[in-house]
Design a protein around this ligand. Structure first.
Ligand code: 2BA
Length: 107
């Protein structure tokens, strides 16, 4: 058995949790704070069988991978609205650790 610790962007947490639930993964969701930026993020603890680790990581990758998205309109306010102006900012990304579980019990 393995414990996957996945630190994901708050924005992606809902989608990745829904997808994990759909595939019958059991997990715990914690509201956490990045030590460097001190911004809120979400940490998922996913205890799963060894053979399901890759599947869980693919789900996380699908819903949390770093990508570019258009800047929210409110941030654009005040910037001259040229037709071709399309600012994008990086969003998402996940940090994933996979650790062995020595013992697992439910009381
Ligand atoms: P990422 O490397 O994508 O990390 C995103 C968040 O994942 C981190 O938030 C932290 O909560 C967690 N994390 C990443 N690596 C970890 C590790 N080895 N152990 C435990 N948790 C880990 P923040 O700490 O607020 O960092 C936000 C972003 O700032 C990082 O994005 C990275 O791009 C940058 N960063 C972090 N530490 C840095 C440093 N010492 N110097 C320069 N840039 C740093």
């Amino acid at each position: 058995m393995k414990m996957i610790t996945a630190i994901v962007n708050k924005k992606d947490a809902g989608e990745v949790c829904d997808a994990l639930k759909e595939e019958k993964f059991t997990f715990t969701k914690m509201a956490t704070t990045g030590g460097f930026l001190k911004a809120g993020n979400v940490t998922l603890l996913i205890g799963t069988d060894d053979e399901k680790v890759d599947e869980a990581i693919e789900i996380i990758r699908k819903h949390c991978a770093k990508r570019m998205e258009p800047m929210p309109a409110v941030v654009n306010a005040g910037v001259p609205a040229f037709g071709y102006y399309k600012a994008e900012i990086p969003v998402g990304g996940a940090t994933v650790f996979v650790s062995p579980v020595e013992r697992f019990e439910k009381m």
